[in-house]
Design a protein around this ligand. Structure first.
Ligand SMILES: O=C(CO)[C@H](O)[C@H](O)COP(=O)(O)O
Ligand SMILES: [Fe+2]
Length: 222
């Protein structure tokens, strides 16, 4: 399927007791979003290297790992080594983003940087030319099922302008509260990669929901 937008289901709120089935039911998405939480950077714990390995063995989708962990410089490369397509560290947890991006590229993965809602875009402005994905959180990281923060829309639009002004190729991913009622506004503002957890896993026909979300966002391609 060719589309100017990508839908990446997050397995955070999937039924973990039936992980293989839950992964199978989103085959047809554009990628799989794998949240990793260390109980320090956020008040929750999820995933880790062995879990990521299991996920990689049970999906054919490209996996984007969203690392909500401290000391990302130290722990991110292993996710590239095991085969994640994109590894995204939080800017707030990274001391050397240029070095990390180059290391992830050397290991064959795309490099992403994520911003918490309260972290200004200026934090990543200088490094945009080194990365493949800018993840703008549209909820406070840590939990699925939260409400989209509308105040993030101007930030998405500003990121889109900065990327265009610098003639860069990197994609803007949004994560948190993405569903039928919010995806168009995020797409219009400039996002092209959409993480959807509860919206996809909360319905019976996950693939139909992915198609629906993709169609809504596609009307606002950048
Ligand atoms: O990074 C995350 C939370 O920190 C998740 O990717 C996100 O919350 C997805 O869940 P939902 O679509 O239900 O908001
Ligand atoms: Fe995430």
């Amino acid at each position: 399927m060719t589309s100017c937008v990508a839908i990446h289901p997050s397995i955070l709120n999937a039924d973990q007791a039936h992980l293989a089935d839950e992964l199978a039911r989103v085959e047809g998405a554009d990628g799989l979003h794998l949240d990793i939480m260390d109980n320090h950077f956020v008040d929750n714990h999820f995933g880790g290297p062995s879990f990521a390995q299991t996920v990689l063995e049970h999906t054919s989708l490209p996996v984007d790992a969203h690392l909500m962990i401290e000391n990302a410089d130290r722990w991110a490369p292993q996710y590239a080594e095991m085969g994640c397509a994109i590894v995204t560290a939080h800017m707030e947890a990274t001391r050397a983003p240029f070095v990390l991006a180059r290391e992830l590229h050397r290991l064959g993965a795309g490099a992403g940087l994520a911003l918490r809602p309260a972290t200004p875009l200026s934090a990543v402005e200088d490094v945009l030319g080194e990365i493949d994905l800018l993840l703008l959180m549209t909820v406070e990281p840590g939990f699925g099922g939260q409400s989209f923060i509308d105040l993030m829309l101007p930030k998405i639009a500003a990121a889109r302008r900065a990327i265009s002004a610098q003639n860069l190729e990197l994609r803007i991913q949004v994560d948190g509260g993405i569903k039928r009622s919010t995806i168009e506004r995020a797409a219009e503002a400039g996002a092209t990669v959409f993480v959807a957890g509860s919206a996809v896993y909360g319905v019976e026909d996950a693939l139909a929901e992915i198609e629906h979300l993709r169609a809504l966002a596609s009307g606002h391609c950048h």
